[in-house]
Ligand binder design. Structure first.
Ligand code: SF4
Length: 461
């Protein structure tokens, strides 16, 4: 029996892939080791969204090999898809498996247990070199690279992800992968392929199982959730899927992780306003408040279109969380563009921001541009955006004082476990509730104070 361990990096989508892989390996009789050092094979599931994500993965690979030179590493995920040759040169890497071939990893492990000749393979792999894992020297290249462009043939595998913020209280279910857009800064379409959706019946079944297991809040995630169902035949709309979930499952609170602004339609907002079971939370990537930069980014909306979406939400859901991703220092961004972004955000009721410093991703349109912004300027603009985001978030917390919030208790963290319980509201506010309560329980709380980024309060009658 092979023992394995999965070293996870990256976003919830990548973690969902890792969870699906773990399920597949366990189903095939492999055993999950307690730690990387106790495993025969370690799968390193990488991210490549920024240059620092790449650096983290390389660092982890080097450390894993140094700690245990006999461990065999299978490197997979987005970085593996983007730069397989680069990763294959790192010490201890036996296989580099792109996202295109990720579902085949369990077969690789089984093959590793019972070696067979290369000529007997019928799995469509495109090996650069043909080294059986079983016969691989314990250290040093060459590694075998399995990569291709067959995303569209893949069945989208799904397994709920537990962990991260909210510990094990709020599972995330990935229902969509890939993206058909080509934003100039983004490497995701190159490493995850075209948009693919989990069939609605499967989504319903998975949610029913989670609900029966007493999970109160479930998060739906995807790379581009608004594109959900457009690849299916017959075509399914994301909004239609949400209606089915409300009708056919007992999920008590459903949260949508992120959705592109142009997919936030009047009908979708009305649906959110009609059911308390849908978390009052919209995360809509903005990226820039300057039309000039939005055009250069190949984003398909302009600031006024985005602003209208925010108004739609605020008109119907005055207390909803509205969050955005923003990129500081896209190539060609000047001080006027940056000021336009700051002014746009200042004038809108955002409740939090995720600010990213622009990072050049090989293969993207933006990487080939000649007008890159100096690093120090990018960092300063990112600081200014983050400071603004913190001010907006603090103002939103203040606006919720004295309201009654229905919150879900989470597992305790740090020192707060003594006499306070962390919890999360529908509108994505984190609270510390006076008293000790088990996780995964609904409470009504009246916030009366703030502590850092938390609201504090006690259970109301
Ligand atoms: S919509 Fe744009 S930013 Fe989002 S995954 Fe697709 S290409 Fe990347």
């Amino acid at each position: 029996m092979k023992t394995f361990y999965i070293e996870q990096f990256g976003c919830r989508a990548t973690q969902a892939d890792g969870a699906a892989l773990e399920r597949q390996l366990l189903e095939r009789g492999c055993a999950l080791a307690q730690s990387a050092s106790a495993a025969e094979i370690v799968v390193v599931n990488t991210c490549t969204v920024t240059a620092s994500a790449d650096a983290q993965a390389r660092d982890a690979i080097r450390k894993l090999h140094a700690a245990n030179p006999s461990v065999r590493l299978i490197v997979t995920g987005c970085y593996a898809q983007r730069a397989p040759e680069e990763l294959s040169q790192l010490p201890g890497v036996a296989w580099v498996v792109g996202n295109s071939h990720k579902p085949k990893i369990p077969k690789l492990l089984i093959e590793a247990a019972s070696p067979r000749s290369e000529s007997s393979r019928s799995d469509g792999f495109l090996p650069v070199s043909a080294i059986s894992l079983a016969s691989l020297p314990e250290s040093g290249p060459p590694a075998e690279i399995l990569i291709g462009d067959i995303f569209e043939q893949q069945t989208l595998l799904t397994t709920p992800v537990f962990g991260g913020e909210g510990n094990h209280t709020r599972p995330t279910l990935k229902i969509q992968d890939g993206c058909n857009s080509r934003c100039a800064f983004c490497v995701i379409p190159f490493v995850r392929g075209k948009s693919r959706s989990l069939p609605p019946d499967t989504v319903i079944r998975e949610l029913q199982k989670l609900s029966e297991a007493n999970y109160c809040e479930i998060v739906l995630s995807g790379i581009n959730l608004g594109a959900y169902g457009r690849d299916l035949s017959p075509r399914v709309e994301f909004e239609g899927l949400l209606r089915r979930i409300l009708d056919e499952t007992a999920v008590e609170r459903l949260r949508v992780s992120s959705i592109e602004p142009m997919d936030v339609t009047q009908d979708l907002v009305e649906l959110f306003a009609s059911s308390e079971r849908l978390a009052q939370h919209f995360h809509m990537p903005l990226q820039s408040g300057s039309d000039r930069i939005l055009a250069a980014m190949h984003r398909w909306y302009r600031a006024e279109h985005y602003a209208r979406r925010v108004e739609l939400i605020r008109e119907r859901l005055p207390h909803a969380a509205i969050g955005a991703d923003v990129i500081a220092g896209f190539p060609g961004e000047n001080e006027a563009d940056h000021a336009a972004t700051l002014a746009f955000i200042e004038g809108r009721p955002f409740t939090y921001l995720h600010v990213f410093s622009y990072s050049k991703r090989p293969g993207t349109k933006a990487a080939s541009l000649s007008n890159h912004v100096p690093g120090a300027v990018i960092r300063r603009r990112a600081r200014e955006l983050r400071a603004l985001g913190e001010r907006k978030a603090a103002a939103f917390r203040q606006s919720q004082m004295g309201r009654q919030l229905r919150v879900l208790t989470l597992h305790p963290c740090g020192d707060d476990s003594n006499d306070r319980t962390p919890a999360l509201s529908s509108n994505y506010l984190r609270l510390l509730v006076r008293g000790v309560f088990p996780a995964n329980q609904w409470l009504y709380v009246e916030p009366s104070g703030c502590e850092g980024t938390f609201l504090t309060g006690q259970v109301s009658d």
